[in-house]
Design a protein around this ligand. Sequence first.
Ligand code: MGP
Ligand code: SAH
Length: 276
Amino acid sequence: MARSGRRKRKQQAQAEPESMDKRQRADQDSADPSAASQKHHIPKHLQKYWRQRHNYFWKFDEGIQIDEEGWYSVTPEIVAEDTAARIAQLHNDKSAQIQDDMGFGRICVVDAFCGVGGNTIKFATWCEHVIAIDIDRDRLEMARHNARIYGVEDRIEFIHGDFYQLAPGLAADVVFLSPPWGGPEYIGSEVFDLDSLPVHTAREWLDRARMVSENIACFMPRNCDPRQLADLYPEAPCDVELNYTNGRLKAITAYYGDLALFGSSEPRELAPLDNP
Ligand code: MGP
Ligand code: SAH
């Protein structure tokens, strides 16, 4: 089982010091009266997410839009970056021509549950084309708006609809699945049963994804059983990655098919970003 940390794209390395400074400055609410007054309007049960807002989007202060389900579901940026960087390596060893010398993957990724765009934005940063789907039109529009803030909107095709219905008509190199887990209460069970996802089981979602591609990544609760994750697609190789930010386990990502073959099993540097 691998432990994810962070990867850097060569072309991002130059911009990083300024970005990190901005991120660290923005996390200090006490020195930012406008952030403190906005926090006042955030319902109490969402305030723990508000405190992590710059972990979700380091450009949060540039006008990021997010709703209640977005707050508790968005993938932390550092985790989304790591997943996108890994997925962008697909076919890297098969044909140098589909990944340029900046590490840009010439692949198409379906983000089947795009939410407010946490993963979609990073896929569009690392890959040539993203098909971003969500059943909630308002949240899909928030994702479009947020992608514009990151300057990656033009590489994303936004589709409003039900991934379950749409899957048979899609073609792509990779499918990323981050479905609803039933709200923040998911952590209440000692072991989260992947058959207990709302509407469809994890296997049913995965079977739909297999209609699009055998290369699938599945973002699941940190309290699920990795063996149950591996069993969702027994015919394919599977690599299970633990997703940490600042030493805290946030989620688990299972990679299937060719995506399972090139993950690092070495612990990598952890992101110094949490703001508990
Ligand atoms: P969390 O445990 O609810 O929050 O979710 P937090 O504040 O990180 O927990 P803490 O107790 O460690 O402080 C952890 C992460 O899981 C979130 O940042 C989301 O990325 C992801 N996540 C949570 N939920 C409820 C969902 C969900 O329903 N769907 C998806 N796709 N991701 C979720
Ligand atoms: N990875 C996202 C969060 C996903 S939350 C991020 O980082 O922002 C799960 C999303 O799945 C929600 O926005 C919800 O509206 C959407 N969803 C639920 N059922 C769906 C379906 N059948 N097809 C597509 N999207 C669906």
